[in-house]
Design a protein around this ligand. Structure first.
Ligand code: GAP
Length: 514
């Protein structure tokens, strides 16, 4: 890796994403719309491949999980029943000098992260001095580290109590006591903390008097809950079983920064797993394990993931944690795993007056199932993959190359086919190879510029293999195939290309790691 400063690394990813057609700012010609992004011609392929991998591993690989696709608009009572109208709030605070608005909870969490950074620095410093260094022992014995940890524990305990009691005054007091300043004005001149509902609303119906307030769904989960009985009955599903869906969700985020990490319109991939009451802790642990191993199967590095238990449980949960990922700006939530109890189904029973129960033939009784939910943001997953794959490598001399080492199965193009020259029958042979492979793989055909430049273009978008057709290809029906990561080239028979690509870029390469 060449020497990019950490603060520039993330900026490089953002500009690279735009330059190569992965992500554009929405409505850019009108100066953009904050926290809304469009996926370009490369981004849409990568995003689709990630979604397909999730779908295959959740639905195709589990006989007791089925998928659905529900509408974004739902009956407004859905959101009253789910608790979102009353409780889907973020605590916000303004700085009176800069007039900037912040999430009060994020200000505190970022303060805690800074203390954690100090601990990590102490550990790294000591690790460099001693051989066979024991990090856990150092953490529990070093005086300065213990002091930092105590500070964190005190803040977290106070913060947790304030959150659970919805005590907005106390949250403000914590910000004041920790001497948190506004990063823009540098002042501590804060307003009171207020609650802000994150749902977008609009109205339905063409005649204004008939207009009715309706919400853009803030999570896809409710579409699953209201269809629970439809799916259970028509699919003759037996508990335990799951319903999965992917789709857009909308939140009027107060602080919308960090590129596609926190957006106002984003995509979720959620699965609700319906279980017998009383078995929820077992299934909660089960899904924590399954989902972590799914993330690890992408091969981005085990050390990049960690679990984080929620300090404040959402109104529907009796246990909840996040799988966090080490993004370029630190460890942040990637996926949530929640034990949602029977809260949602019971609320929908109450508000709709319809029974949403399961008759358990083994127990010979009916009950409202409990639910374990796994919920991952597709855009965050995209960012985790993109930021791990993006590299600027030093080559010989002053030369560098930008390469996206995407997991091959997720790459937008699986291979690029280049005729060495635009003559001597090489384009025709290249096209016939392309035609024989394009039913099975998304391929690029490129005959412009030198082979070196073509390699660089495809390194930059993450194409795992480049296939070059040269004069020898006409004679002996072989081509060169170049590996994106090692840059090594070898010769291979044209007839063997399909099985080579199947073996190296097929989704089964990821599925078999599960
Ligand atoms: N149904 C449960 C639920 O929605 P959540 O923790 O609020 O839980 C789940 O959201 C996941 O959705 C998060 O882990 C994150 O990956 C993604 N997500 C949430 N808000 C997002 C936003 N504003 N932009 C992008 N992704 C978001």
């Amino acid at each position: 890796m060449s020497n990019i400063k950490p603060e520039d690394f993330f900026k490089n990813i953002i500009s690279h994403s735009k330059e190569y057609g992965f992500i554009f700012q929405s409505s850019e010609i009108y100066d953009g719309l904050s926290a809304v992004y469009d996926y370009g011609q490369m981004g849409v392929e990568l995003k689709k491949n990630i979604r397909d991998y999730w779908w295959k591993s959740m639905v195709q690989m589990h006989e007791n999980i089925v998928g659905i696709d529900t509408a974004i608009f739902m009956h407004p009572t859905t959101w009253k029943a789910s608790g979102h109208i009353d409780a889907f709030n973020d605590p916000l605070i303004d700085n009176k000098d800069s007039k900037k608005r912040y999430r009060a909870d994020v200000l505190i969490e970022e303060h805690v992260s800074k203390i954690e950074d100090k601990i990590n620095k102490e550990i790294e410093k000591a690790a460099g001095r001693f051989e066979n260094f024991d990090r856990t022992l150092f953490r529990s014995t070093n005086g300065r580290v213990k002091e930092y940890q105590e500070k964190i524990d005190i803040i977290n305990a106070r913060f947790k109590t304030a959150l659970n009691n919805n005590d907005l005054e106390e949250i403000k007091k914590i910000i004041i006591d920790l001497e948190i300043v506004c990063p823009i004005s540098g002042s501590r001149n804060w307003t009171d903390v207020r609650q802000f509902n994150l749902m977008f609303s609009t109205s339905i119906g063409s005649v204004s008097e008939e207009a009715n307030t309706i919400y853009l769904r803030p999570e896809t989960a409710q579409g699953i809950f209201v269809n629970y009985l439809n799916v259970q009955k028509t699919g003759r599903m037996k508990i335990p079983f799951g319903i999965a869906q992917t789709g857009k969700a909308f939140r009027n985020e107060i602080v919308a920064r960090q590129f596609i990490f926190r957006m106002r319109e984003f995509e979720q991939m959620e699965m609700q797993f319906f279980i017998k009451p009383g078995t929820e802790m077992e299934w909660y642990e089960h899904w924590k394990k399954i989902r972590l191993s799914w993330h690890l199967s992408l091969g981005l590095g085990k050390e990049k993931y960690r679990f984080h238990d929620h300090l404040k449980l959402a109104h529907y949960a009796n246990a909840a944690c996040d799988i966090e990922f080490e993004f370029p700006f630190g460890y942040k939530e990637l996926e949530g795993i929640h034990s949602r109890t029977d809260f949602d189904l019971k609320q929908h029973e109450q508000f709709s007056g319809k029974k949403l129960q399961y008759f358990d033939p083994e127990l010979n009784q009916s009950y409202v199932p409990f639910v374990i939910e796994t919920s991952v943001g597709l855009d965050r997953l995209f960012l985790s993959i993109l930021s791990s794959a993006f590299k600027i490598e030093k080559l010989e001399g002053d030369e560098t190359r930008t390469v996206m080492s995407l997991p091959a199965a997720l790459a937008p193009y699986k291979a690029a086919i280049f005729p060495l020259l635009k003559k001597d029958g090489l384009p025709e042979l290249s096209e016939s190879i392309m035609n024989s492979l394009k039913f099975d793989f998304n391929l690029a055909y490129d005959e412009k510029d030198t082979i070196g430049k073509r390699y660089r273009r495809h390194d930059a978008i993450g194409t795992p293999f480049c296939i070059t057709v040269d004069h020898q290809s006409i004679e002996d029906k072989t081509v060169t195939i170049r590996d994106r990561d090692t840059m090594k080239q070898s010769r291979i028979k044209i007839d063997e290309l399909k099985s080579f690509l199947d073996q190296h870029v097929g989704i089964q390469n990821l599925l078999k790691n599960l």
